[in-house]
Design a protein around this ligand. Structure first.
Ligand code: PAF
Length: 283
């Protein structure tokens, strides 16, 4: 496994691969990899000749009250996981390497960033889009892979690629879950044992909502109530949001007539977890 932290060096490697005709798959991450990430690396390896994994805890997507310094990091373990799952190269730039001294240009995807996580994390998606565009410009991948757990991030990146005519195919990959249903996330490591047990309420509440939709419920407020009731039964859980939105526009819907995303964010003390599912309306 080769590892590069300089933009110049990784670009040289990529030029060499491109001159040899290799296709390149890219998995952007903030490290502390889990099975959600490794599923992306495996998929990228299936679709491409070479796979690059970036590990960069991006400061611009953290808000002032979010703990950038304490974000979990373990480069040695990440390197082993990348190697074991088909990664060819790791890119680990420093913040100075990525942003220089006085960055002035940003990417803002206004509309899709207002709802869901955007409402409680102002500026977050501006940071995500900016770093992802920079990484795309450096790596020039044929395909890039993102998890469906971050459904809003995936929708926003697809829109950025469309609006800015970026020559990369965006591939969304399914949520990977623990045995009890909790969606895999680097943030799960922040949970105490008690909180970890309680966190199963996220996937359980979504399962109840899904059953209700499958049984024909089309009132978004009823779906929200079902989820709210289940989460409220767990004393350690505090709802940040429960939303039913249009799958493409991410706008809130009242009556469900088209494909939707049901998305939730729940606090366990300082740890905020998200989960979601999409539901297709048969036409
Ligand atoms: O999903 C993440 O881990 C990050 O938001 C990403 C896409 C790597 C950008 O920093």
């Amino acid at each position: 496994m080769e590892s590069f932290s300089s933009i110049k060096d990784i670009k040289n490697k990529i030029s060499q691969w491109k001159s040899e005709g290799y296709s390149i798959g890219f998995v952007p991450t903030m490290g502390y990899l889990h099975e959600g990430h490794t599923s992306l690396i495996q998929r990228a390896k299936k679709d491409n000749d070479k796979v690059i994994v970036s590990i960069f805890v991006n400061p611009t997507q953290f808000g002032p009250n979010e703990d950038l310094d304490n974000y979990p990091r373990d480069l040695e373990r990440d390197t082993e996981l990348c190697t074991a799952n088909g990664g060819d190269v790791i890119f680990t730039p420093s913040a100075k390497e990525m942003y220089g001294d006085n960055p002035c240009a940003y990417v803002d995807i206004k509309e899709l960033s207002q709802e869901l996580c955007g409402a409680s994390r102002p500026g977050h998606f501006r940071g995500v889009c900016t770093v992802v565009l920079k990484l795309f410009n450096i790596i020039t991948p044929d395909r890039a892979y993102f998890g469906e757990k971050d459904a809003q991030q995936l929708a926003i990146i697809k829109k950025m690629v469309l609006d800015l005519n970026l020559p990369v195919e965006i591939i969304g990959c399914p949520i990977v879950r623990e045995a009890d249903g909790l969606a895999k996330s680097s943030r799960n490591t922040y949970l105490s044992n008690e909180q970890r047990k309680a966190a199963v309420v996220l996937s359980q509440s979504l399962a109840l909502a899904k059953t209700s939709l499958e049984n024909g419920e089309r009132d978004a407020n009823k779906i929200i109530s079902i989820i709210n009731e289940k989460i409220s039964s767990e004393p350690l859980a505090k709802v940040d949001y429960i939303q039913v939105v249009d799958l493409k526009s991410l706008k809130t819907v009242n009556s469900i007539t088209d494909d939707i995303l049901v998305a939730i964010a729940v606090h366990f003390d300082k740890t905020r977890l998200i989960d979601n599912f999409s539901f297709q309306i048969k036409k």
